[in-house]
Structure formats: structure tokens, C-alpha cells
Design a protein around this ligand. Structure first.
Ligand SMILES: NC(=O)c1ccc[n+]([C@@H]2O[C@H](COP(=O)([O-])OP(=O)(O)OC[C@H]3O[C@@H](n4cnc5c(N)ncnc54)[C@H](OP(=O)(O)O)[C@@H]3O)[C@@H](O)[C@H]2O)c1
Length: 298
């Protein structure tokens, strides 16, 4: 591997893609591609992209992430979340490139009382989760220098996400009813990119040995957990300045009171123990990470 790796960032306009582009600046020659450059639903375009760029590192931050819409577009979700990553993995294997890919807490059914580990059996409740699980399985089947990071409740200063939606709703309404019985770990795109960079730089430096010692699936979330309602309350508690003091009244409701096309897990908290022990890295507590994003917006 050359001293200056060529890094292909697929989905560089998404929440995580933007932050990866920032984190990896200076680490190598970055080629970032968005939907304009490659349509991941077109297998030939995906293959051609990798063969043209010849990266030694591929960071795949692209995905079909519209959880509810996926229920009515399963073929498209599968093409982007399963078929496209499989081609990236095949191309990475062919050229011995490192492939980093992200997956989701929604591979689980939410019935466990404790945090989910990588050993737990996935049982997705919705099309999005099933398509992402199929993508994980494809990558593990192809093998090679592959890292899959399962994360959850991703948000940040850019893109389309829960935090920015809550701030918009707060400006429009005096009161909000928010689901209080789904528990997870809000995770910032900033923390994901920071820790991905730490892991990748260690892998490239040979710090963790051969691929057989580090390749595989890891959970990667901010620590701690809350409900969607608790997350909203934490946002409003910090965002007074951004909202000119106009903070809405929040009423907790159940999932049954807020029906959505896609069913979601009740408990999707992930254990990061494997990531921490293998790579010696740790993401910030979710409240601290939220402070950072609120400051970035302010
Ligand atoms: N968001 C979450 O809460 C969450 C939770 C758990 C795991 N994850 C995983 O984390 C990773 C990053 O998610 P994110 O939140 O950063 O997602 P995001 O903001 O929705 O970004 C995804 C990117 O993929 C692009 N994309 C979608 N379809 C495409 C296509 N056919 N061709 C080319 N590009 C396409 C999107 O482009 P357009 O904007 O043009 O559609 C977008 O730029 C994904 O693997 C996701 O599954 C996310």
C-alpha cells in the first residue's frame, strides 16, 4: 500500500459521507462520489466506478435510508443496500482494497432487554432492516478486508435527520407528541467519522495484524441510550438559543399512537464492547455528542 492511499467515498453527500470526507482529508487522495456520479441501483456503474478509481480504501456511506418508503420500494432498497455493497466487496477483494460499510440497529427485532451484541441473531421487522442485513451477509460472504459498522439513530449538523426535523417542528408548533417506547442510542455522523478514521488508520498502519484478526462486523454507536421522546427533550433543553427560546411542550406517546408504515424495534441499543476491545476506540456519550452538534449549528 502506498503512503498516500486513494480513498473512494461512496455517498459523500450523505450525513456520514460529508463527515468522512472531512475526517479523511489529509489521510490520502480522496475521490468522493454522490448520486450524480454513480447510481448505486445500476450494478455496472458501481463496478465501473471502482475499476476506474482503483482505490485502496472504499468507504461506503451511501444507502437507501428511507425506512418507511422502503416498505413500498423493496426492490430498490435491496438493489442499493444489498446488491451494490456486494459488488463493492467483490471489487475490493479483487484489488485487495479495504472496504468500510455501515449497517443498522434495525436488523434486530427489539425484543432483547439488554444491549444487542454481534452474536445475537438478527430478525428485522421492516424492509429497510432486511435489505441492510442482506448487505451485511453479502459482505461477510465475499470476505476480504471488510469492516462493517452497525450504527443507530444517526444525525448531525447536515442532511436529513431527527435533530433537524425536531428543530423545524419546534419553530412551527407549540406542542409535540413523541414516541417514548422505542429505545436506542443517538449517534452523530461526526463521532462515526472520527472513530472510523481511528480504526482505518490503525488497520492501514498494520496495528491490528492481518485481516483475519480484524475483518468483520462491529457495533459502533455513541454510548448511553434514550427514547425518541427523551432525545427530543434533550435537543430542546440545549437548543433554546437556536429556537429563540420557543421550545415546544413535549408529550410522550406509545408506538401504537404513532403508526408508521415500517415497524420499528422497541430496544435497539447496541453493545460496543467488541469494537472497544478490538480497536481500543470509544465513541462519546450521546449527550456529549449532541452538545457538539448543537454548538456546530449555533
Ligand atoms: N440515518 C440513520 O439513522 C442510520 C441509522 C443506522 C444506520 N445507518 C446507516 O449509516 C449509513 C449512512 O447513513 P446516513 O444517515 O449518512 O444516510 P443519508 O444521509 O441518507 O445518506 C445516504 C446517501 O446515499 C445516497 N444514495 C441513496 N441512493 C443512492 C443511489 N441509488 N445512488 C447513489 N447514491 C445514493 C443518498 O443520496 P440522495 O441524498 O441523493 O438520496 C445519500 O447521499 C448507511 O449505511 C445507513 O444505512 C443510518
Amino acid at each position: 500500500m502506498s503512503a498516500q492511499p486513494r480513498i473512494l467515498i461512496v455517498g459523500n453527500a450523505g450525513q456520514v459521507g460529508v463527515e468522512l470526507q472531512r475526517s479523511f482529508a489529509g489521510f490520502g487522495e480522496i475521490v468522493g462520489v454522490d448520486r450524480e456520479s454513480v447510481d448505486l441501483a445500476q450494478p455496472d456503474q458501481v463496478r465501473d466506478l471502482v475499476r476506474r478509481v482503483e482505490p485502496s480504501i472504499i468507504l461506503n456511506a451511501a444507502a437507501y435510508t428511507a425506512v418507511d418508503r422502503a416498505e413500498s420500494e423493496p426492490a430498490l432498497a435491496t438493489a442499493i443496500n444489498d446488491d451494490a455493497p456486494r459488488i463493492l466487496a467483490e471489487e475490493a477483494l479483487r484489488s485487495n482494497a479495504l472496504l468500510v460499510h455501515y449497517s443498522t440497529d434495525y436488523v434486530f427485532d427489539g425484543t432483547k432487554q439488554n444491549p444487542w451484541t454481534e452474536q445475537d441473531t438478527p430478525a428485522p421487522l421492516n424492509v429497510y432492516g432486511a435489505s441492510k442485513l442482506a448487505g451485511e451477509e453479502a459482505l461477510l460472504q465475499v470476505g476480504g478486508r471488510v469492516l462493517i459498522f452497525r450504527t443507530s439513530w444517526v444525525y448531525g449538523p447536515h442532511g436529513s435527520n431527527y435533530l433537524l426535523t425536531m428543530l423545524r417542528l419546534a419553530r412551527q408548533r407549540d406542542a409535540l407528541s413523541i414516541v417514548n417506547d422505542q429505545i436506542g442510542s443517538p449517534t452523530t455522523s461526526i463521532e462515526l467519522a472520527r472513530v472510523t478514521h481511528q480504526v482505518v488508520s490503525g488497520v492501514i498502519a498494520g496495528k491490528f495484524g492481518d485481516a483475519k484478526e480484524w475483518a468483520g462486523l462491529y457495533h459502533m454507536t455513541c454510548s448511553g441510550s434514550t427514547s425518541w421522546c427523551g432525545f427530543a427533550q434533550a435537543i430542546f433543553a440545549r437548543a433554546g438559543k437556536l429556537l429563540d427560546g420557543k421550545v415546544p411542550v413535549v408529550t410522550p406517546i406509545t408506538s401504537e399512537e404513532y403508526p408508521t408504515p415500517a415497524k420499528r424495534p422497541r430496544n435497539s441499543v447496541l453493545s460496543n464492547a467488541k469494537l472497544e476491545s478490538r480497536f481500543g476506540v470509544r465513541l462519546a456519550p450521546w449527550e456529549t455528542a449532541l452538545d457538539t452538534v448543537i454548538q456546530a449549528l449555533g
